[in-house]
Structures are given as C-alpha cells and as structure tokens.
Design a protein around this ligand. Structure first.
Ligand SMILES: NC(=O)c1ccc[n+]([C@@H]2O[C@H](COP(=O)([O-])OP(=O)(O)OC[C@H]3O[C@@H](n4cnc5c(N)ncnc54)[C@H](OP(=O)(O)O)[C@@H]3O)[C@@H](O)[C@H]2O)c1
Length: 249
C-alpha cells in the first residue's frame, strides 16, 4: 500500500521515546547515540540548547527534543512540569528515562563547607530526586527509570565522600521509588566503575584497582541499560558494573 512516507520516516515513527537527563555530554551522549537506533530522544542539559555537531548528527538518525534543565535553576521544578506538559501536548509519550546528570568533584576531608556540600548534593542528589518525581506521572506503564550510580555506593571514594554519600542516597531512592511506583513503573540503578575517567584520575591506577584489570567501556553500560529497559520482571535492583572493584583488596 502506498502511504506517502519514506522508509526512514516510517522507521522513526515506529520508535518509542526515551528521555536522558544529562544526555548531551560524555556518557549521556554516548548512551543517546546508542539509543537513537531504536528510540526517539528527549535530551536535557543545563546549558542553553545549541546546534552542537554531535546532536545535529543524532537528529538525522531520529527525532530529538532538547530541554534545558539546570539543577541550579530556582524555577527547576516548574520548568520541568512546563516542559513535560508541552511534550505531552505534542503527543510525545515517554517510555523510559535515564538519569545520568552528576558532577565528580574532589572534596577531601577539611575542604567541606556548607556551600560546597549543598552544591554537590544539589546536582548529584536533589536534582535526580526532583527529576524522577516530575517524570514519573509522564511515563507510560511498563517504563523503567534508570539511575546512573557509582560503585562508590559499596566502597566510598575517600577524596569524594560528599559525592559518594549522594550516590548512596540515590541507591536508597532506587529501592524506595521502586516500591512507590510499582506496579506501573520499574526503577533500576547502575553502580558503575570508571568508564570515562576525568582528567584528574589515573586510568592505570583505576584499572589496577579492579579484579578484571580493566576500565569499563561505554558498551558495558549500554548493555546494562538495554537489559534493564527490556526486563519487565526487574525492579528495585542495582546492577554493579565495576570489574570487581568493590571486592579488590
Ligand atoms: N564517567 C565515569 O567513569 C563514571 C563513573 C561512575 C559513575 N558515573 C556517573 O555516570 C553519570 C555520567 O557520567 P559522566 O562522566 O558522563 O558525568 P559528567 O561529565 O560529570 O556529567 C554528567 C552530566 O551532568 C550534567 N550536569 C552537570 N551539571 C549540571 C547541572 N547544573 N544541572 C543539570 N545537569 C548537569 C552534564 O550535562 P550539561 O553540562 O549538559 O548540563 C552531563 O551531561 C554521572 O552521574 C556520574 O556520576 C560516571
């Protein structure tokens, strides 16, 4: 039958929507590229949407919507509600969410003060809490909310205890939210080891601190995200992907 649509139009129309909170940089962007094969994407960033080359490339492969969600925005909650209503108004049904936003600052004992701690927890804890609360009513039944945690929930990073405690707080959120949102929405966390180490870290040292003697790669995380997304019997669980870092003595 002649539909008037090209093959690529039909393929894009058959894709379902996923939102990645923190989806235009680093791991979030790698994930977006992978998910674009089978999904349309809503990507959030704290930055004003610009026509970044990487996002332009993604837009050729699938439908992409950009939202500005900044953890530091005093109007964050109302901004999220406005944006989600607008997406719904455009007929966009979200079938899953990945919350990847975070920061990884070095804050050894002695450097803590009220402002530093508030800032770390605002981005790594408050923001994911608020994003999950805002997103939940807009997700279709059967959706999974996935949080990117850190293997530090098992063994805290001593130079980054405020960050580690925020991620442990998110682990608690995974367990509690899974109970609060069941049976319609599933909730899963991923406690990952070093995948894209920051400039301050020593990759060789991090690699040696694992049982498998290697860093993670984005594909390790992508595999786990796809597994959780497509596993309707899985909820309230944290998958640890750290090459055995937590068992290394
Ligand atoms: N990389 C690793 O090896 C590793 C290891 C363990 C855990 N993780 C976790 O995995 C996630 C992604 O890691 P990554 O290395 O890609 O992280 P990252 O470079 O630290 O940034 C993650 C995201 O957070 C967003 N973000 C930063 N400030 C924000 C703000 N004020 N408001 C809203 N969003 C903000 C950034 O987007 P914008 O700048 O566009 O806003 C970015 O997309 C993080 O949660 C991290 O803790 C990563």
């Amino acid at each position: 039958m002649q539909t008037g649509h090209s093959t690529s139009e039909v393929e894009i129309n058959e894709k379902t929507w996923r939102i990645i909170v923190g989806g235009v940089r680093r791991l979030g962007l790698v994930l977006a590229k992978s998910l674009s094969e089978n999904h349309k994407l809503v990507l959030t960033s704290s930055q004003t949407p610009e026509r970044a080359e990487e996002i332009s490339k993604l837009s050729i492969l699938t439908d992409v919507r950009r939202l500005r969600w900044d953890a530091n925005d005093p109007q964050l909650t109302s901004q999220m509600m406005t944006d989600l209503e607008a997406l719904r108004g455009d007929g966009i049904q979200l079938n899953g969410a990945v919350i990847a936003a975070g920061t990884f600052p070095s804050t050894p004992l002695g450097s803590w003060d009220v402002n530093t701690l508030q800032q770390i927890w605002k981005i790594n804890l408050t923001f994911p809490f608020l994003a999950a609360q805002s997103l939940a009513p807009y997700l279709t039944d059967g959706s999974c909310i996935q949080f990117i945690l850190d293997t530090c929930i098992h063994r805290p990073w001593l130079n980054r205890l405020p960050y580690s405690s925020a991620k442990s707080g998110l682990a608690s959120l995974v367990y509690g939210l899974a109970q609060s949102l069941a049976p319609n929405i599933r909730v899963v966390g991923h406690a990952i080891g070093a995948v894209l180490p920051d400039a301050e870290s020593d990759p060789a040292f991090l690699q040696n601190q694992t049982l498998l003697k290697r860093l993670g790669c984005p594909e390790d995380l992508i595999r786990a995200i796809n597994y959780a997304d497509s596993s309707p019997y899985l909820t309230g669980e944290i998958l640890t992907l750290d090459g055995g870092r937590r068992w290394f003595i």
